[in-house]
Design a binder for this molecule. Structure first.
Ligand SMILES: [Zn+2]
Length: 100
């Protein structure tokens, strides 16, 4: 059970929750005519804001997704790609320069 909770926590982080909340708000605003009777020009403005909010929410949600890009280091002498954690090159065995 604890493993499932940890997995759930890894999947749902702050950015994802914020993103989903903003998307929900945006969708609500975009479809506000279902809940309230508004004038046409007001409705247009609120719908436009809603759509922008929903798109912003999607962007924030995407930013909260785990990064799948593997970090690599390129060897300065033979240009072979090595894992970022490696200290010597896989091919020429020369030490890799650490940046940062
Ligand atoms: Zn090398």
């Amino acid at each position: 059970m604890a493993r499932e909770v940890a997995l759930f926590k890894a999947m749902i982080n702050k950015k994802k929750i914020q993103g989903l909340m903003i998307v929900a708000m945006g969708v609500f605003l975009a479809r506000i005519d279902v809940f309230f009777a508004l004038e046409k020009n007001q409705l247009f403005t609120i719908s436009a804001i809603g759509i922008i909010l929903a798109l912003t929410g999607i962007a924030i949600y995407t930013a909260g997704m785990p990064r799948t890009v593997k970090r690599v280091t390129t060897c300065p002498s033979c240009f072979r790609k090595n894992y970022a954690e490696a200290t010597i090159c896989k091919k020429c065995k020369k030490p890799l320069l650490k940046k940062g």
